[in-house]
Design a protein around this ligand. Structure first.
Ligand SMILES: NC(=O)c1ccc[n+]([C@@H]2O[C@H](COP(=O)([O-])OP(=O)(O)OC[C@H]3O[C@@H](n4cnc5c(N)ncnc54)[C@H](O)[C@@H]3O)[C@@H](O)[C@H]2O)c1
Ligand SMILES: [Zn+2]
Length: 405
C-alpha cells in the first residue's frame, strides 16, 4: 500500500493571500523570517486578513535561514503561551519549516528534537492547531510537503523531519510574494525545485500519481527558470506553481542522494564563514548523481524519459543522460551557480578558490559521507552507495570530476 497526501486546500494565483479571510478560528500565530515579508507589506496584509476573519493575532518573528533547534524550541514556547488554533507560516522554506517543527512541540511539549527526527514517527497533530503555509520563495514547496529541515548547529548537520502529519492543511501559493525575490534566491530556489522533480521522478518510491507532477514541473522549470531569473514576472509566477508541483511529487515519491549530500554538506563548513546554500548544493551535485544513478538500468530509462520530455534529443538512453547532464550544467551557468564546491565562493558565486579549503574538505569527508548515507533521503535513491562510493561522489562534487563508477 502506498499513500499520497496533499494539503486539504490550495489557493493559487494573484491575490490568493486573501483566502486567509475565510479561515475560521480564534487565535492565529504568524511565523515569519527576518524581515522581507514585513518590508514588502505582506505581513501587514496577513495580519489584517486574519483579523478580518475575527482572529486574535500574535507574531513570531525573526526565524533565521536554515533554522536551528533552539529557534524551534523558542517558537513552541510562544505557542504554548498564546494557544493558537491556527499556525500561519509565511516566507521561504526556513520559517515555514521551523513553524512545522514548532507545531509538533506545541502539540506534544514532551517531544524532543530526537523524537521528531524519527522518520514517519510523529504522533497525530491537529489536536490544538491547523497549519497554513504561504511560500515567498519558489523552491522548497514546503507548503505542500511532509518535510521540515532543521539544523543542529552543534553538530553542523541538517536533519529532515518527515511525516504526512506535518503536511500543511492549507497552502496559499500567491505569485505576488515571489516577485520581490533577489536574483540569487530565484536561481537557488529554482534549481532546488528542479532537483526535487528529477529526484522524485527516478526515486524508487515513484508512482503513477507522482510521475505526471514531476514531469510537468521539470518542463515548466526548463522553460521558465532562466527567464524568471532575468526578471520576467510572468515566468516568475509560473515558477511559483512549478516548484509547488515538484513538491507535490517529491512529498509523496521522496527524494534521493542529491538531497542527502546537500543536507550533510550545507552547514558542515559553517566555521569557515558560509553555508553551501541548499539550492546551489543541489545544482552542483545533481549532474554527478545523475551520472552515478544512470548505471542503474531503470533509472537510466527514467532519465531518458525526462530528456525526451525536455526535447533534448539523443539516439539512446546513454546519449539522453549525457544531454540531460549538459543541459542542467548550462542552466547553472545561466544562473551564475558554480559547478563544484572547490569553486563555490562565500557569496555563492563561482570563483577560483572557494570558501571550503581542500584540506578541510578531505579531513571531514569520511564523516560527511557517513552522515549522507544515513540521511532520510538515501533510502529512495535508485542506487545505494557504500562509504567508498559516497566519498567518491563527494570528491567529484568538490573537484568537478567525471563519474566512472
Ligand atoms: N521542507 C521541505 O520540504 C524543504 C525542501 C527543500 C529545502 N528545504 C529547506 O528550506 C530552507 C531554504 O528555504 P528557501 O530556499 O526558501 O530560503 P529561506 O527561507 O532560507 O530564505 C532565504 C532568504 O531569502 C529571504 N526571502 C524569502 N522570500 C523572499 C522574497 N519574496 N523577497 C525577498 N527576500 C526573500 C529571506 O528573508 C532569507 O533571508 C533550507 O533550510 C532547506 O534545507 C525544505
Ligand atoms: Zn530541496
Amino acid at each position: 500500500m502506498a499513500r499520497f497526501t496533499l494539503p486539504r486546500d490550495l489557493y493559487h494565483g494573484k491575490g490568493a493571500l486573501e483566502a486567509l479571510k475565510t479561515l475560521k478560528g480564534k487565535r492565529a500565530m504568524v511565523c515569519v523570517g527576518g524581515g522581507s515579508m514585513k518590508k514588502f507589506g505582506f505581513l501587514d496584509r496577513v495580519v489584517e486578513y486574519l483579523k478580518e476573519a475575527g482572529m486574535e493575532v500574535e507574531l513570531f518573528e525573526g526565524i533565521e535561514p536554515d533554522p536551528s533547534v533552539e529557534t524551534v524550541m523558542k517558537g513552541a514556547e510562544a505557542m504554548l503561551k498564546f494557544q493558537p488554533d491556527w499556525i500561519v507560516a509565511m516566507g521561504g522554506g526556513s520559517p515555514i519549516d521551523a513553524a512545522k517543527a514548532m507545531w509538533i512541540k506545541y502539540e506534544y511539549p514532551e517531544c524532543t528534537f530526537e523524537d521528531m527526527c524519527k522518520v514517519f514517527g510523529i504522533p497525530t497533530l491537529r489536536n490544538k492547531a491547523h497549519f497554513v503555509a504561504i511560500p515567498s520563495t519558489s523552491g522548497t514547496a514546503t507548503e505542500v510537503t511532509a518535510f521540515s529541515i532543521i539544523t543542529d548547529y552543534a553538530k553542523g548537520i541538517k536533519y529532515p523531519i518527515a511525516d504526512f502529519e506535518i503536511t500543511p492543511d492549507v497552502a496559499i501559493v500567491d505569485p505576488d510574494l515571489a516577485e520581490t525575490m533577489p536574483k540569487k534566491l530565484v536561481a537557488h530556489t529554482g534549481m532546488d525545485a528542479m532537483t526535487h522533480a528529477v529526484e522524485a521522478y527516478v526515486s524508487t518510491a515513484n508512482c503513477d500519481y507522482t510521475d505526471p507532477l514531476a514531469l510537468h514541473a521539470i518542463k515548466m522549470i526548463q522553460n521558465k527558470l532562466v527567464a524568471s531569473y532575468n526578471g520576467d514576472m510572468d515566468a516568475r509566477a509560473q515558477m511559483h506553481n512549478a516548484q509547488c508541483l515538484a513538491g507535490m511529487a517529491f512529498s509523496n515519491a521522496l527524494l534521493g542522494i542529491v538531497h542527502s549530500m546537500a543536507h550533510k554538506t550545507g552547514a558542515a563548513f559553517a566555521d569557515y564563514g558560509a553555508h553551501i546554500i541548499h539550492g546551489a548544493a543541489n545544482a552542483m551535485y545533481l549532474p554527478k548523481v545523475i551520472a552515478y544513478n544512470a548505471k542503474d538500468e531503470t533509472a537510466k530509462k527514467r532519465y531518458g524519459v525526462i530528456a525526451d520530455e525536455m526535447g533534448l534529443g539523443g539516439a539512446n538512453d546513454d546519449e539522453k543522460v549525457a544531454l540531460l547532464i549538459a543541459y542542467l550544467r548550462k542552466m547553472s551557468d545561466d544562473l551564475n551557480i558554480p559547478h563544484c564546491i572547490k569553486n563555490y565562493g562565500a557569496d555563492s558565486y563561482p570563483c577560483e578558490q572557494g570558501f571550503v579549503p581542500e584540506n578541510v574538505f578531505l579531513e571531514r569527508l569520511p564523516e560527511i559521507a557517513k552522515n549522507a548515507i544515513t540521511d532520510a533521503c538515501t533510502g529512495s535513491n535508485p542506487r545505494q552507495p557504500n562509504q567508498e562510493e559516497m566519498e567518491k561522489l563527494l570528491l567529484a562534487c568538490y573537484y568537478d570530476r567525471e563519474i566512472d563508477f
